[in-house]
Design a protein around this ligand. Sequence first.
Ligand SMILES: Cc1cc2nc3c(=O)[nH]c(=O)nc-3n(C[C@H](O)[C@H](O)[C@H](O)COP(=O)(O)O)c2cc1C
Length: 318
Amino acid sequence: MELTEIYDKGEKVLREREIGVLLDGVETEFVVANNRRVLDRYTFRQQCIDGVKPSTNCNVLGLKLSTPVIMSAMTMPIPAIVEEGLMEVAEGLKAAGSLMWTGTPIPEDLREIAATGVPLAANVKPFKDRKKMFHSLHEIQESGVQWVGIEIDSGQGTKVHDRQMAFDCSPLSLSELKEIRKAISLPLIFKGVLSRSDAVKSIDAGADGIVVSNHGAHTLDYLPHPFQVMDEIMEVAKGKIIVIVDGGFRRGSDVVKGLAFGASLVGLGRPILFGLAANGRDGVKDVIEEITAELNRIMSMVGASDPGSVTPDVLIGE
Ligand SMILES: Cc1cc2nc3c(=O)[nH]c(=O)nc-3n(C[C@H](O)[C@H](O)[C@H](O)COP(=O)(O)O)c2cc1C
């Protein structure tokens, strides 16, 4: 299926059900609208004479992927969309050479998901009950995932419209993040960094990578789009830790912009749900493959031979 058809069909299917509300954002919905507005501020500097034949292959923290386009952390509402939804997502992403990332709740069948062979990361929320948080971190680490993620941005839980979704959370301190680092031997990613100071503290705590993210509009209202803070973050993160970005990315053109801002990988949240709702595992595979094909097409026309060589000068800002 083509991308537009998948998005239209997938969103329609989800909106017809109660879970469709999860596509919306917190409180005033500023963040959802601002994500698109900021992505649309940039156009491309076409540099196509003596053009390159690009490859989208990448190697990030030892993981070889066919594309820098990955899934952002999500579990709920995947099992409610289709039965065995998480397995279908795993199979679709594996076929596309991408990475799967689970969120809350931590899937009970994480080991089975890992056994599909899909490159896999799994997140933990900063549960108020820190014993539960450390227990979850250990469980994930033992389940066959490649990376462990901790949501530094869920200290006040999550919210959609006026409804609090996750509330058993509290903000993590730097010393707790250092403790988490000691407990985890796998690559450790902090998700939800949106400032230079949190990037500095993430590096200090020993993170291997950060996700620059406003949690897809599910935490605080009036958070910026990652691009509004990317430069201050890249200033301290470049060459020290890997940077992943998400929030409103929908097409290959958006992904090129993420790479140009310095991200190694770009995450998709809602598009994965649309793919699954529209056409199961094939829908998920098609979302990644279609966006990757768009990315490849643009890379060849802006003179970028691989994801790491998409430089800031390919962008023309407003
Ligand atoms: C339904 C839904 C559930 C989500 N669950 C989680 C989660 O459990 N943990 C997490 O870190 N982020 C979660 N997110 C946020 C995503 O990981 C990601 O940051 C965001 O969706 C990216 O924006 P996009 O949906 O516009 O692509 C969720 C997002 C959605 C839409």
